[in-house]
Design a protein around this ligand. Structure first.
Ligand SMILES: [Zn+2]
Length: 90
């Protein structure tokens, strides 16, 4: 079974990545060391819940201002929107 080329998972990024990679190098290395290490560790440990939380955080970091979202921006710090990547209130 052959797979179609996979694109970088970062929002709006069209760069093709190798099988088994999540992001193109630009996006991957724009994540913090902590986040990259934690993503790899939780993935290898098959720790799905923790991985998904980190994954959401990574995508939020890479796309701080999603254009399709209808949710209002909660706050700004200077030019940067304040992003709540973790600690969701449900
Ligand atoms: Zn990318």
């Amino acid at each position: 079974m052959t797979r179609a080329p996979v694109c970088c998972a970062a929002p709006r990024c069209r760069v093709h990545v190798a099988k088994g990679q999540w992001f193109c190098p630009d996006h991957w290395f724009s994540l913090s060391d902590r986040l990259r290490a934690a993503l790899g560790a939780t993935w290898r440990a098959r720790h799905v819940a923790a991985f998904q939380e980190l994954w959401t955080e990574a995508l939020t970091v890479l796309d701080p201002m999603p254009r399709r979202s209808t949710a209002p921006t909660i706050a700004f710090e200077g030019e940067q929107p304040v992003v709540y990547a973790s600690g969701r209130l449900l």
